[in-house]
Ligand binder design. Sequence first.
Ligand code: FE2
Ligand code: FE2
Length: 232
Amino acid sequence: MTNLRNPALRSVADQSEAERGGPGSILSRQSRDHAELDELMRAYDRATSAQERGRLVAEVAERALRHAFAEETVLFPAYRRFLAGEDDELTRHIEGDHQAVNDALVRLQRADPASADYDAVVRATFEVIRHDAHDEEDDLLPRLQQAVSARRLRAIGAAWEAQRRTSPTRPHPRVPREPPGNVLAGIPLAVSDRVKDGVDHALPVGSTRRRLAPLVLLALAAGIVVARRRAG
Ligand SMILES: [Fe+2]
Ligand SMILES: [Fe+2]
């Protein structure tokens, strides 16, 4: 695949793992995660029940959000730092894609899987996720590769992976796409998302205890903080 804006750049999709800087480089990590996301979206097409489609949409949503949050807090700032002023338009375009993905996921979260337009919203969301992955593999990542060493690509890869593991797991309507706003908003959201995720796994859907449990857990956490402050 040739980059239309700059034919000298080689898409990450056309490079071997060694050319990308090894398995830990940001290019290899991005490529693997994009491929896994794509496989989940293809599995949605093959799914035979509404329950399976719902599970796959939830999995795509969580993985895409973690992936994008780590890009906004690690990859894009690194890109802006090492390619200072060269193509800020590109990161702004990709942040626009991320906002579109986030908005679509918020819509999906509120949509009824049994409604007539649910499938169309899912497919529109998948399209933006795929478009975003192409922009990064064909343009942003090859540009970064030309600007920094393979060692630096591995360091950015490790930081991106660490951030991906601790990012928010659910879409939120008003999280800014750029640092420091996304970092400041993302940390407390990641904590509250994990509380909700834990509750979702522990209690049956629709139970009153499940609806109230996040509030109880947050109240307990706040109580522990207050008690520690008093003790200190
Ligand atoms: Fe992205
Ligand atoms: Fe990506």
